[in-house]
Design a protein around this ligand. Structure first.
Ligand SMILES: NC(=O)c1ccc[n+]([C@@H]2O[C@H](COP(=O)([O-])OP(=O)(O)OC[C@H]3O[C@@H](n4cnc5c(N)ncnc54)[C@H](OP(=O)(O)O)[C@@H]3O)[C@@H](O)[C@H]2O)c1
Length: 344
C-alpha cells in the first residue's frame, strides 16, 4: 500500500559511466516500488560527466538522461537543462540537494576529483554514497571525520565487492560481534583469469589476452593484475570493518603475473587452486596469490567475489556475489540510499 506521506530525496550523481547509468536505470525501474513500499521519491536533480552536466531542481528524467548519454555521449546535450563545462564542484556549490552519489573513476594516486567532491559534500552536511575506491583507500579517516563533524551519512557498500554485501553486513547484521579478520577474493578480473588458467592449463599472457578480448579485463589491466584494486578494497575493509587506521601504502601487494601453468598444475594435483586473496587483521594487511582447497567456499569461478568475516560470536560468515556490473553495483548504491532514508 502506498504510504500517505512522500519523502523526497534530492540526488546529485557525479559520473555517468557504467555505475552512474546503472543508478539512473535502477531509480527509474524501482520508482513505483520505492513509493509504494517506503513512500520515498528519489529525484535526480543534477548529473555530471566530463562534458558538463544536466541540472533541474524539479527532477531530471532518468530515461532521458540515459538516452541523451547513449546517443550523444554528453550529458550537456540533455534537452533544455544541459549545461556545458559545469564542474562537479560547481554543481555541488549551486544545486540544492540531499545526497551526493559519487561515481567518477577511481584514482589511486591522489583520489581526485572524487576526494574533493566527497569532502565538499560532507563538509556542507550532505550525505554521500559512493562506489569509488580511490578516496577511501587513501583518505578514509579524513572522510569519516568530515562526516562526523557535520553528522552527514557516509556510505560506501558498493566500493568493495560491488553487489556482494559485506560492509553493511558487518556494521548492521553482525553488529554485536567483534570482527577479527576479513579474508577474500575481491577482484573479479583476476579470479576469471586464474579460474581459466586452472581449468585449461593456459598461460597467464594468453588468458589475459582472452579476458581483454571478452571485455572482462580492461585495455590497461595493471590495477587488477598487479593487485592494487584488491588492495584498495582490503584497506577499505580494514578501516570500516576492523576499525584499523590504514591506507593503501600499508598494504603488502603481490599480483598474479608470475603464476605459471606449472604452478597451477602442481596445486591442482594436491587438491588446491591458486587465488588472489586479500587479508586484513590486526597483524596482516596483504594481497597475494594463495592456495585454497578445491571444493571450499573460496573455489568460486569466473568474476565472482567471495569474503569471509571471522567473528567472535558468529564464527565465520562467508558471502559470495557479483563484484562488478552496472545494475549490480547500482543495487548496492540503492541499498545505501534506502539505509540513509531509514535512519533519517
Ligand atoms: N563498473 C563497475 O562494475 C564498478 C563496480 C564497483 C565499483 N566501481 C567504481 O565506481 C566508479 C565508477 O565506475 P564506472 O565503471 O561507472 O566508471 P566509468 O564507466 O569509467 O565512468 C566514469 C564516469 O565519470 C565521469 N567523469 C570522469 N571525470 C569526471 C569529472 N571530473 N567530473 C564528473 N564526471 C567525471 C566520466 O565522464 P565521461 O562519460 O564523459 O567520460 C564517466 O561518465 C569507479 O570509481 C569504479 O572504480 C565500478
Amino acid at each position: 500500500m502506498r504510504s500517505d506521506e512522500v519523502i523526497l530525496m534530492k540526488i546529485v550523481i557525479l559520473g555517468f559511466g557504467a555505475v552512474g547509468q546503472g543508478v539512473a536505470r535502477v531509480i527509474s525501474l524501482k520508482r513505483e516500488h520505492l513509493l509504494d513500499k517506503y513512500g520515498l521519491q528519489l529525484d535526480i536533480v543534477a548529473v555530471a560527466d566530463r562534458s558538463g552536466g544536466a541540472v533541474f531542481d524539479q527532477g531530471l528524467d532518468p530515461e532521458l538522461l540515459l538516452k541523451t548519454k547513449n546517443e550523444t555521449g554528453k550529458l550537456s546535450q540533455y534537452p533544455d537543462f544541459g549545461v556545458e563545462g559545469f564542474s562537479g564542484l560547481e554543481i555541488l556549490d549551486k544545486v540544492e540537494y540531499d545526497c551526493l552519489v559519487e561515481v567518477t573513476p577511481t584514482n589511486i594516486e591522489d583520489g581526485e576529483p572524487a576526494l574533493s567532491h566527497m569532502l565538499k559534500a560532507l563538509k556542507d552536511g550532505k550525505d554521500v554514497v559512493t562506489s569509488n575506491k580511490g578516496p577511501l583507500a587513501l583518505s578514509f579517516t579524513q572522510l569519516s571525520e568530515a562526516a562526523q563533524e557535520t553528522g552527514a551519512n557516509f556510505k560506501y557498500e558498493a566500493s568493495v565487492g560491488g553487489a556482494m554485501p559485506i560492509i553493511n553486513l558487518a556494521h548492521d547484521t553482525l553488529a554485536g560481534s567483534d570482527i577479527e579478520s576479513v579474508y577474500g577474493i575481491l577482484n573479479g578480473t583476476t579470479n576469471y583469469i586464474l579460474s581459466r588458467m586452472a581449468k585449461e592449463g593456459s598461460s597467464y599472457e594468453q588468458t589475459l589476452n582472452e579476458a581483454r578480448e571478452l571485455g572482462i579485463a580492461e585495455t590497461d589491466p595493471t590495477q587488477d593484475v598487479d593487485g592494487w584494486d584488491a588492495a584498495c578494497k582490503i584497506v577499505i575493509l580494514a578501516n570500516s570493518v576492523l576499525n584499523l587506521e590504514r591506507t593503501l601504502k600499508d598494504v603488502k601487494v603481490e599480483g598474479i603475473s608470475q603464476i605459471t601453468p606449472e604452478a597451477m598444475a602442481l596445486a591442482k594435483k594436491e587438491g588446491y587452486l591458486i587465488k588472489l586473496i586479500g587479508e586484513a587483521s590486526q597483524d596482516v594487511l596483504e594481497v597475494s596469490p594463495r592456495l585454497v582447497k578445491e571444493g571450499s567456499p573460496f573455489a568460486v569461478e569466473g568474476t565472482l567475489n567471495v569474503a569471509t568475516l571471522k567473528t567472535d560470536l558468529a564464527e565465520d560468515v562467508t558471502v559470495v556475489g557479483k563484484g562488478a556490473g552496472s545494475i549490480e553495483t547500482a543495487s548496492a548504491i540503492l541499498s545505501d540510499l534506502l539505509n540513509i532514508w531509514k535512519a533519517s
